[in-house]
Design a protein. Structure first.
Length: 246
């Protein structure tokens, strides 16, 4: 259960936390909109505002890595109009926010199978990555067309090919080797996984990487997740004793 803090006390959160990497399942955009008798598109747009706030909060609280689940491999099964809207929203968001993100030294990366996206969107994402790659601020990973099982299948295929090519022996296959074949190979595993919207599942998200992550489920819908919400999550993390399976 989260500790509730007053908004005016947010600045008192100490940055000397062991928390380096927060992963978020940004759930509840559609339910937030439905409960307000609004179109789902309005909820998704409001969700972008929450993502901006989350990046700023990570900077404020000294969190180096933020990975968010924006579009899963299963989301292609949604209404085609909604899928197209989400593709357009990603492109528009990157175009509109890239300048500010770059000025604030945010490093942008995308994890997932981007080859399934149209060429125009791929170009927009690639340009954002290249423009921000030398920045020194928060590392923002956006999981788009991402599925953890798909990621692991690709990793197994790549490792198998290396074994067949005699670049690697079976005895050399290790946790480190597998980790280095994942989309997240250049970043530490999440310390904390947050899921908004109250659902009690991980939805095929970072299955390998969250093996020892602390998990926090909040009933709050993603469009309502703000700086105070992030501060409360960090305080809750700091209260926990991580055991790493022991």
């Amino acid at each position: 259960m989260l500790i509730t803090i007053e908004k005016e006390n947010i600045a008192e959160i100490v940055k000397t936390t062991d928390l380096q990497h927060i992963a978020i399942i940004m759930d509840g955009n559609r339910r937030w909109a439905n409960e307000k008798n609004l179109l789902s598109a309005v909820g998704h747009k409001k969700g972008v505002d929450s993502l901006k706030a989350a990046v700023k909060s990570c900077h404020k609280f000294g969190i180096k890595y933020l990975t968010v689940y924006a579009f899963s491999t299963e989301n292609w099964n949604r209404n085609p109009e909604e899928v197209n809207f989400l593709m357009e929203l990603l492109a528009l968001t990157i175009k509109n926010e890239l300048k500010e993100l770059h000025e604030n030294q945010v490093v942008i990366n995308f994890i997932g199978d981007l080859t399934k996206l149209n060429k125009k969107l791929q170009k927009i994402l690639s340009e954002a990555v290249n423009k921000t790659k030398d920045n020194s601020g928060v590392n923002l990973q956006i999981a788009f067309n991402y599925g953890s099982r798909d990621e692991l299948v690709n990793a197994v295929k790549n490792i198998s090919q290396k074994v067949l090519n005699k670049e690697l022996s079976l005895d050399e296959v290790s946790e480190e080797v597998i980790s280095n074949e994942l989309y997240t190979k250049n970043i530490p595993d999440p310390d904390l996984l947050i899921r908004t919207g109250g659902e009690m599942r991980v939805s095929n998200y970072l299955l390998w990487q969250i093996a020892y992550s602390e998990i926090l489920i909040t009933a709050q819908y993603w469009p309502d997740f703000d700086e105070t919400s992030m501060a409360e999550a960090i305080i809750e993390f700091n209260r926990r004793q991580r055991r790493y399976g022991t």
